[in-house]
Design a protein around this ligand. Structure first.
Ligand SMILES: Nc1nc2c(ncn2[C@@H]2O[C@H](COP(=O)(O)OP(=O)(O)OP(=O)(O)O)[C@@H](O)[C@H]2O)c(=O)[nH]1
Ligand SMILES: [Mg+2]
Length: 211
């Protein structure tokens, strides 16, 4: 049976003090607001509404932890770049997310979720740079909105960009709506979880600008 079946919600952290203790390996889903992070988690877990989703950007406001079979966790992060959120809120989410990504020693990989129609936006590039050699999975969501030709072009563009960085990386087209990529992404993430955090890539990250 897949590690992704029968997942359960563990907790939501709105402040660093509310994060659950480090333990099992974690895979965190990061990306701009509204790209489909929470929807991707639901699709991978085979659940419709375990993670809350919304048409309006800024739905996920806490770091939400889901436990898989065998203890590993998927982690749903608040999105970045939500321009209409008040400055104070944006600063709080940004701080919470960057602290988590920077300091979590049990982080096995980051899934960078991007809209396949416009991947590698400025904030995605910033995150990429900042993550250094962290093991990375680029998920090009909403691929159902693109033609085959456009899908191939997006995939190629992101693949080329990721080949320039240090650290292991994968990229796949994905659709929470049609199920495109779901099974394959599950299998690859499961393999990464079994492998645990890579030995030294976490040390390669440069300090965060402005912190
Ligand atoms: N067409 C299409 N729409 C999608 C897909 N995935 C998500 N959506 C839609 O995109 C919107 C945002 O989805 P969410 O999963 O809430 O996005 P999020 O990245 O978690 O957003 P925040 O929590 O605000 O950062 C919703 O209206 C979803 O129905 C997809 O694969 N295809
Ligand atoms: Mg969300």
């Amino acid at each position: 049976m897949s590690a992704f079946s029968q997942a359960v919600f563990v907790c939501a952290a709105g402040r660093p003090a509310e994060l659950p203790p480090e333990g099992p390996p974690e895979i965190a889903f990061a990306g701009r607001s509204n790209v489909g992070k929470s929807s991707a988690i639901n699709a991978l877990l085979g659940r419709r509404r375990l993670a809350h989703t919304s048409k309006t950007p800024g739905r996920t406001q806490t770091i939400n932890f889901y436990r898989l079979r065998g203890e590993a966790r998927l982690v749903d992060l608040p999105g970045y770049g939500f321009a209409r959120a008040p400055q104070a809120l944006r600063a709080r989410w940004g701080g919470l997310v960057s602290d988590y990504l920077r300091s979590r020693s049990t982080l096995a990989a980051v899934v960078l979720v991007m809209d396949a129609r416009h991947p590698l936006a400025a904030l995605d590039e910033q995150l990429l740079e900042w993550l250094g050699g962290t093991r990375l999975f680029a998920l090009l969501t909403k691929a159902d909105q693109l033609s085959r030709t456009e899908q191939r072009a997006a995939l190629e563009r992101v693949r080329r960009r990721l080949s320039e960085r240090a650290g292991e990386a994968q990229v796949r087209l994905f659709s929470s709506r049609t199920g495109l990529g779901v099974e394959e992404v599950r299998e690859l993430l499961e393999a990464w979880l079994q492998a645990g955090p890579p030995a030294c890539s976490r040390n390669k990250r440069p300090p965060v600008k402005g912190k």
